[in-house]
Write a protein that binds this ligand. Structure first.
Ligand SMILES: *Cc1c(COP(=O)(O)O)cnc(C)c1O
Length: 447
């Protein structure tokens, strides 16, 4: 089959996500036939370095042999069984391992990130109802937060492009100021900014804790609103205040979990434990959809009762799918076998040095890193910059997906030093090319 055929068929039959489909009258879809390591291969021999781990899921690149093999092995014995009333070894093993890693002993499964958010939000409010506080059913979320795009998750997501069209559907909750380190003014430190945001959180909790079930946040890095990074002391303060005001703390580590920020889970860098933990994206290394919500013994105990209605009667058809759990177990095997956290630390140092020419570009601002995430803003970039840079990078063999004027790398951990160098050089060339092309008359976000 020829490429134009496939593109036309895709445009006729597939409604692509996060896209104004009319854009594709001008912007060609990119057909991919094969993935290997950090590379995605197209139909005519071209290849693209996947600098965003395909929306942050492919932790070990494409076709990771250990994960691929684990799925094949699982396929020979049990592809699926409903998890209500039944159980199986891969889900038990995964739950035990996630409990040991997180300090949260009970795992509830969903199919993708947004379903994990829904589960955590429902569990938090139901927890308080079971404890006799039915009035606690609202949430606090952070300015610039992203927790997914189903109707419940959107209500705690503060990204207007995703939210505005659905304003009438969305519940009203409380938005707390962001601890964004870039807000440091007049010689303030990142820590001072975080403490200032925590003080505002305290004011909010002090007056409304009677109606608040939980505070949901993305630990250390707010991904979708532009890789916003903040000081870990905010997490310590959030933990302290949530305990003081009887509000559950939900850590959404869908993007930052599994080593992305340098520790297995980002909240560990603040020496805290949340009450609920949402995981997805990298959990299967990009092979299969899976999400998990982990909770404390105290939350689990509040649902354990003779009364059926006090139970958590939530389910998704593919809950705890054995193939997905086998993939997730293989991801954890890889962390152990290759001591990924330690080797990532060394890699990140080396790559950071290679990326310095980008940091020194005259239009680049706020060049920053947290673990295996790099980000920077481009000043005076003009309208439609995200799309122009996306195209300029693609033409140079790099898959980037800027968020507005924020450019970021979230590379697979298996990136080699030569590939990191290629990424740095080609991103710099693409940046200069995108800045040299004419801005659009109106701003076109890539989203
Ligand atoms: C991606 C993401 C989600 C939503 O996950 P989906 O699988 O896209 O539904 C939720 N929270 C965070 C922090 C995310 O990055």
């Amino acid at each position: 089959m020829t490429q134009p055929d496939l593109l036309a068929r895709s445009l006729a039959a597939v409604w692509h996500p996060c896209t104004q489909m009319k854009r594709h009258e001008m912007l060609p879809l990119v057909p991919i036939t094969r993935g290997e390591g950090v590379w995605l291969h197209g139909q005519d021999g071209e290849r693209y370095l996947d600098a965003v781990s395909s929306w942050w899921v492919n932790l070990f690149g494409h076709g990771a042999p250990r994960i691929r093999q684990a799925i094949k092995d699982q396929l020979d014995t049990l592809e699926h069984v409903m998890l209500a009333g039944f159980t199986h070894e891969p889900v038990v093993r995964l739950s035990e391992r996630l409990a040991a890693l997180s300090g949260l002993g009970h795992a509830f499964y969903g199919s993708d990130g947004a379903s994990a958010t829904e589960i955590a939000l429902k569990m938090a409010a139901h927890y308080w109802k079971n404890r006799g506080h039915a009035g606690k059913h609202r949430y606090v979320y952070l300015e610039g937060s992203y927790h997914g795009e189903t109707v419940g998750a959107l209500a705690v997501t503060d990204v207007p492009v995703f939210r505005s069209a659905y304003a009438e559907l969305i519940g009203q909750h409380f938005c707390a100021p962001s601890p964004d380190a870039r807000r440091a003014a007049n010689g303030e430190s990142a820590e001072q900014v975080a403490l200032r945001a925590a003080a505002a959180l305290e004011t909010l909790l002090a007056s409304h804790h009677g109606e608040i079930a939980a505070f949901i946040l993305e630990p250390l890095v707010q991904g979708a609103s532009g890789m916003v990074m903040y000081h870990p002391c905010y997490l310590a303060e959030a933990r302290r205040l949530c305990s003081q005001y009887q509000v559950l703390l939900i850590a959404d580590e869908i993007a930052v979990g599994f080593g992305r920020t340098g520790s297995m889970f980002a909240y560990q860098q603040a020496g805290i434990t949340p009450d609920l933990l949402c995981l997805s994206k990298g959990i299967t290394g990009g092979f299969l959809p899976l999400a998990a919500v982990l909770c404390s013994d105290d939350i689990y105990a509040a649902f354990y009762h003779d009364d059926v209605s006090r139970g958590f009667l939530h389910s998704h058809s593919y809950t705890g799918n054995p193939l997905a759990c086998a993939a997730a177990n293989a991801v954890l095997d890889q962390f152990e076998a290759d001591d990924v956290l330690t080797s990532n630390r060394d890699k990140a140092q080396r790559w950071h040095a290679l990326f310095m020419p980008l940091a020194q570009h005259p239009q680049v601002q706020h060049f920053r890193r947290c673990g295996m995430i790099w980000a920077f803003e481009v000043q005076d970039a003009g309208n439609g910059f995200a799309l122009r840079l996306f195209q300029a990078a693609l033409a140079r063999g790099i898959l980037l997906r800027p968020i507005g004027n924020t450019v970021y790398f979230m590379p697979p951990y298996v990136l080699g030093d030569n590939e990191a160098n290629f990424l740095s050089e080609q991103t710099l060339a693409a940046l200069n090319a995108a800045l040299a092309t004419e801005a659009e008359p109106v701003d076109v976000p890539l989203a």
